[in-house]
Design a protein around this ligand. Structure first.
Ligand code: SAM
Length: 326
């Protein structure tokens, strides 16, 4: 297979793994999607061990395959396996509350983070049951700056189902990662995602949360942390605090900054990184003002675009902040 054919395959496979149906194929590329290319595509994606074990949404794979077949049909003979996979997806009409998405890291189809998540924005009153673009953006930046996290104790606030913390634990050799959220159901799915991505860990459950011993270096904790309940904060002194898409509700800006302040009081030189999708300029401005009143200094960081992880950098207003004590 030529380099170009391989690039087209990986690019498209990455989208299918993630359940992304928003793709465009150039006519010149379709000419390269030969019979053997199509066969390999199906083998490496829908028939791969990871998708067999953790299936992607049948609805999304149906949309994806229809679109792909429509592109190929006028130019090439369509492989039986593509039709077979489309039929399989069409025959499965079960309503899916959850599905799996697979995020390819650094264009390597063997380097995947698998997440159990929903396609919905809000489930059971929480936004935490899916991976948001800010988590991908922050994780992409983290993978470009691994040295900032190596051998560090890292705390993540509002982890949701855990993409950022899992990426960090998997690729950056931190001393520990503590992933937190305020919602019981979210914490449960977060634990399932840690189980999926670290299959051979040693796990301990207690009333205080779940602890995973990954190897001699890294340890992962999953804990309840509600920014409105500051009497009950984990007994930690993190070196780094992370948060993705946690600045969206005006009523939690002060509680959130309170939590940041408490951890900075415990350890003055904590580095805080918060990635935001700015849906409402006023809310984001208020956050900057509240940070100011808490005596924090902010720096806007440059973000890489799709250096290691694919995320939508074209349509969204976003900001990655580094926050420190003044
Ligand atoms: C938009 S989601 C972002 C999830 C994840 N960080 C991501 O980017 O995919 C916001 C998360 O903040 C959590 N959250 C909201 N209010 C919170 C609070 N008061 N204390 C702790 N977590 C909270 C929600 O449960 C949810 O998981």
């Amino acid at each position: 297979m030529s380099n170009l054919e391989n690039t087209i395959l990986v690019d498209l496979a990455r989208k299918l793994f993630r359940g992304c149906t928003n793709f465009h194929i150039e006519p010149d590329s379709v000419k390269l999607m030969t019979w053997s290319w199509q066969e390999l595509f199906v083998d490496l994606t829908l028939r791969s061990p990871v998708i067999k074990k953790y299936p992607i949404s049948t609805e999304l794979s149906r949309i994806f395959l229809k679109k792909l077949i429509n592109c190929i049909e006028p130019v090439q003979e369509v492989h039986d396996n593509l039709y077979a996979e489309l039929c399989r997806a069409m025959n499965n009409s079960a309503i899916e509350d959850y599905c799996y998405r697979h995020y390819v890291i650094s264009n390597d189809l063997n380097n995947i983070i698998t997440m159990k998540e929903t396609k919905n924005m809000v489930v059971n009153g929480t936004t935490g049951m899916r991976t948001w673009e800010a988590a991908l953006m922050l994780s992409d930046w983290i993978l470009c700056n691994k040295e900032l996290f190596s051998s560090k104790d890292v705390l993540e606030l509002g982890s949701g189902i855990g993409f950022t913390g899992i990426t960090l634990a998997k690729f950056c050799e931190p001393k520990s990662v503590t992933m937190t959220d305020c919602h019981e159901d979210v914490l449960q799915v977060l634990c399932e995602n840690v189980d999926i991505n670290f299959p051979s860990q040693c796990k301990n459950r207690s009333s205080d949360g779940t602890t995973y011993e990954l190897d001699n270096v890294s340890r992962v904790d999953v804990k309840m942390l509600d920014w409105n309940e500051i009497t009950d904060l984990p007994n930690k002194r993190p070196d780094v605090i992370l948060g993705a898409d946690i600045v969206y509700d005006p009523s939690i800006l002060k509680p959130l900054c309170n939590v940041l302040k408490i951890f900075c009081d415990r350890k003055n030189d904590v580095n805080i990184y918060i990635a935001s999708i700015i849906r409402n300029e006023l809310t984001f401005e208020s956050f900057l003002q509240v940070l100011e009143t808490y005596n924090f200094h902010c720096e806007k960081l440059m973000q890489p675009t799709n250096a290691h992880i694919e995320w939508d950098h074209t349509h969204i207003n976003r900001c990655l902040l580094k926050i420190m004590r003044k």
